[in-house]
Design a protein around this ligand. Structure first.
Ligand SMILES: Cc1ncc(COP(=O)(O)O)c(C=O)c1O
Length: 422
């Protein structure tokens, strides 16, 4: 009798399960599909290798790229939290800083820009922005959108600012925040930072610096230069792919954040939420209550390994390697008769070089030729320089003489070809 009851129960449960499946299937069948599977997605993706030298993303270090295939850990595992701390150590090393508030936003460098502006600027704060290219302009426009009182000091593309000009601007406008770009990659100009931090201490303002086109390429010492806030991205000097934006905030910057009367406008990039999520302010024991948003653990591996690769080589050696690649490119370009867009050699970025289009040549055809014949991506410039210059950027893993020679040999052929004539 007991056995019969058992069998009966099993049959009942199975049939209920079957009925619910049958119901689901029926429900799905009652909604006929309106759109077919896209033909475009039927075959697997294939891509060809490229040397990425346009000034957009660079080829990552193998150590960083390979890490994307590692098994995914859970977001809140202690092993994942250890990676968060490794990344903080790596960013501090690359920036040469002790700043506690050092972490990476999910998103590209532009997310870092918006996030640092949102966190540092209260409505009506006066922000003095030094603009001599696209990225300075973008900083000014971003600050405007967040309600700041933006004052722009402008110079033509290809120039940089002297310390006297910067001090005169601060004295005249008395800003709460000074925004400047260390490497104006839209023109190839290097803006020295020495002395700016001291000025900002003297006149009581906070410095925000875009170091995307210089970090891991040219010497930068955040604490020594007394810079308050920086943002960067993961696809250039940090040696990885696009997706994360490392940032660092000095104690001075954090005391402004703590004094603010209005909260930051974007919740998930609020530095307080991020500081909890990166266990800067929240103890690890409270890990299950520390999320600002989902974490891409694979992107964390990518950045950790990129930074680890830089640390393995030594940041000073990485700077040296970029300086060497830069001199080689300049030397070969001079031999080809290419004129640099930036007249003063000291003002040129080490990672990104701009050359004027040679007379009679079409830069778009040169760019296409380099890609089609040699699988090398270079750029025809952006905005004011668009179509007028050739931009060659060898950054991170790409910065070495072998790649520089490969590019300049290919460019020589491209320039000698009638296919690239106007
Ligand atoms: C100087 C500078 N600032 C900001 C950015 C924006 O970074 P992302 O493209 O990662 O958003 C770039 C991108 O190349 C840049 O070169």
């Amino acid at each position: 009798m007991e056995i019969n009851l058992g069998i009966y129960l099993v049959l009942l449960i199975t049939s209920i399960k079957d009925v619910s499946c049958w119901n689901d299937r029926n429900r799905i069948a009652s909604f006929p599909m309106q759109f077919e599977k896209p033909d475009s997605l039927k075959s697997p993706l294939e891509t060809a290798p490229r040397l990425l030298a346009s000034g957009g993303p660079s080829n990552p270090y193998n150590r960083s790229f390979d890490s994307l295939r590692l098994p995914m850990l859970g977001m809140m595992e202690n092993a994942t939290i250890k990676i968060l701390f490794d990344i903080q150590d790596g960013i501090r090393y690359v920036l040469q800083t002790k700043n506690v508030y050092t972490f990476a936003y999910h998103g590209t460098g532009s997310t870092g820009l918006s996030a640092v502006i949102d966190n540092m600027i209260e409505p009506r704060d006066k922000v003095l922005v030094f603009v001599c290219g696209y990225w300075g302009d973008k900083g000014a426009r971003t600050a405007q959108r967040f309600g700041a009182n933006v004052v722009r000091i402008e110079k033509p593309p290809g120039s940089r600012f002297t310390l006297n000009e910067i001090e005169a601007g601060i004295k005249q406008h008395r800003p709460n925040i000074l925004f400047i770009v260390n490497g104006e990659s839209s023109t190839g100009v290097f803006q020295p930072l020495e002395g700016i931090g001291n000025l900002c201490h003297k006149y009581n303002c906070i410095t925000i610096v875009d170091i995307i086109a210089t970090v891991g390429q040219q010497p930068f010492k955040m604490d020594e230069y007394k810079i308050d806030v920086v943002y960067m991205n993961s696809q250039k000097g940090c040696g990885g792919i696009a997706g994360l934006s490392p940032v660092s905030f000095s104690p001075r910057a954090m005391s402004k954040v703590k004094r603010r009367r209005n909260i930051a406008r974007i919740l998930h990039t609020d530095i307080n939420a991020q500081a909890d999520a990166w266990f800067i302010t929240k103890p690890v024991e409270l890990k299950h209550d520390a999320l600002a948003h989902s974490i891409s653990v694979s992107l964390l591996y990518m950045l950790r390994e990129g930074l680890a690769r830089v640390a393995e080589e030594g940041i000073e050696n990485v700077w040296e390697r970029h300086a060497d690649t830069h001199s080689y490119i300049q030397f070969r370009a001079a031999k080809l008769g290419l004129e640099s867009f930036i007249a003063n050699p000291e003002d040129r970025l080490h990672g990104t070089s701009h050359f004027n289009a040679p007379p009679g040549k079409d830069v778009f055809k040169i760019v296409d030729y380099m890609l089609e014949k040699f699988s090398i991506e270079i750029s025809p410039g952006i905005l004011t320089s668009f179509g007028k210059i050739i931009r060659i950027a060898l950054i991170g893993s790409n910065s070495n003489r072998e790649n520089a020679a490969r590019i300049m040999n290919a460019l020589e052929i491209a320039l000698n070809s009638a296919d690239t004539n106007l």
